[in-house]
Ligand binder design. Structure first.
Ligand code: ZN
Length: 82
């Protein structure tokens, strides 16, 4: 698989607000937005703010933040409740 560069990365373009999107929540490390092609209502993607070319090169602390980040998911839960 070709290495995706930051310049060609759609997620980096979204975080830089270069691509139209609906932001759901954000933190210092993570950014959450509605998927452009949702498979269900409210389908949200949570990505690191910093570009990593693959899961293998993503620092463990970032992965832990995605899995365990309460602030992002508290916001998602609030949005789903109202
Ligand atoms: Zn990127």
């Amino acid at each position: 698989m070709a290495d995706m560069t930051r310049e060609k990365c759609i997620f980096c373009a979204i975080i830089a607000d270069e691509v139209a999107h609906y932001r759901v929540a954000s933190s210092d490390l993570l950014y959450a937005f509605l998927d452009a092609y949702p498979i269900s209502r409210g389908h949200t993607l949570v990505v690191p703010r910093e570009h990593f070319s693959s899961l293998e090169t993503t620092p463990e602390m970032i992965i832990k933040e995605i899995v365990e980040n309460n602030k992002i998911f508290e916001n998602l839960l609030i949005l789903n409740l109202f």
